[in-house]
Ligand binder design. Structure first.
Ligand SMILES: [Zn+2]
Length: 340
């Protein structure tokens, strides 16, 4: 098969479009012909250097495609079924997996990080990671969904227990997780304040349902949040940016508010005044991926059309390098997707 592989860590130039061996299908696995695979910031981190990767390695966490083979033990999937894949790899037999907490499994990995992913034509995965999609969803849209919608759902509900009537500050409306978080928060009846770096992105954020927008290059986020909330602050801050926004994120919380973070694209050594933490009785929560039950739950809303995939643009698999370079510039609104 054709695949994009890395044989060393480095910049976009280490991505090689080349021939690779077809995966060997085990009796408990499903073979999927990949049709689309979306990019995430995780791809850039993994390409630059991630513990646990062995070379050659195939990146790519978000896969949609067609079933082209099933092992002997898989009896409920027809060839040709259109599917997306769970972006998570887990053992499916440990205590955490059995309790539904797959993201606490000792063997947990994001697909394409320490296990080979979907930047290729064929991938073999176990049955529970294969989820059929409706005819109304094309492969590009389907591939843009799993990781970011799961991450946003777990942050806002699993971790943040978001309720109708609360106010959420979603940082980075143009990112995949940001555009998912705006939609999920609105669907659940929250008021949404969001940020982006130019008017085009702010307009798109309002189209997705954001009630208030802040241009983070022209306006001070925390000051604007104070003004919008009548000095109250927000119930939840949805963080994934890191040190560039951290001080404003903490300042934007109301007393008793909750900050949830799933990433740090601008750097991770943030500072915190502990007096603010205890005096305002804040909660600072980490979040990583989510649970399979949550993935099925959020996908129901995508399949029914309530939550919409947001795709910025596509690149063919052979131009994965250009796609990585484009993602790194953060000019997109929504997801960048490879077609295979
Ligand atoms: Zn497990």
């Amino acid at each position: 098969m054709k695949a994009v592989r890395i044989h060393e860590f480095g910049g976009p130039e280490v991505l090689k479009y080349e021939d690779a061996p077809d995966p060997v299908l085990r009796k408990d696995q499903v073979l999927v012909r990949v049709r689309a695979c979306s990019l995430n910031h995780l791809d850039l981190w993994a390409r630059a250097g991630l513990k646990g990767i062995t070379f050659p390695h195939i990146l790519g966490s978000d896969v949609a495609g067609e079933v082209v083979g099933t092992g002997e033990y898989v009896t409920d999937l027809k060839l040709g079924t259109r599917v997306l894949l769970s972006p998570m790899y887990f053992c499916n037999h440990c205590e955490q997996c059995m309790a539904g907490h797959q993201n606490f499994c000792p063997q947990f990995a994001v697909l394409g990080n320490t296990v080979d992913g979907g930047n290729c034509e064929l991938i073999a995965v176990t049955r529970e990671k294969v989820i059929p999609i409706p005819d109304s969803l094309n492969f590009v849209d389907a591939a843009s969904v799993p990781l970011v919608f799961l991450t946003a759902w777990h942050m806002l509900l699993g971790r943040g227990h978001l309720r109708a009537g609360q106010t959420v500050l979603v940082l980075g409306a143009g990112s995949g997780v940001g555009s998912a978080a705006i939609q999920i928060s609105k669907m659940l009846g929250a008021e949404v304040i969001t940020t982006a770096g130019d008017e085009r992105k702010l307009a798109k954020a309002r189209e997705l349902g954001a009630d208030h927008t802040i241009d983070h290059y022209k306006q001070k986020i925390a000051d604007e949040v104070r003004r919008i909330t009548n000095k109250r602050g927000v119930d939840i801050v949805f963080e994934h940016v890191g040190i560039a926004t951290w001080p404003d994120s903490v300042r934007s919380l109301k007393p008793g508010g909750t900050l949830i973070t799933c990433g740090a694209t601008t750097g991770y050594e943030a500072q915190l005044d502990l007096r603010v933490l205890f005096a305002k009785q804040l909660s600072l929560l980490g979040s990583y991926m989510g649970e399979m039950g949550e993935l099925h739950e959020v996908l129901k809303h995508v399949f029914s059309g309530k939550l919409k995939p947001v795709v910025d643009r596509t690149f063919p698999l052979s131009e994965t390098r250009a796609a990585h370079e484009y993602l790194a510039k953060s000019e997109m609104f929504g997801k960048v997707v490879l077609t295979v």
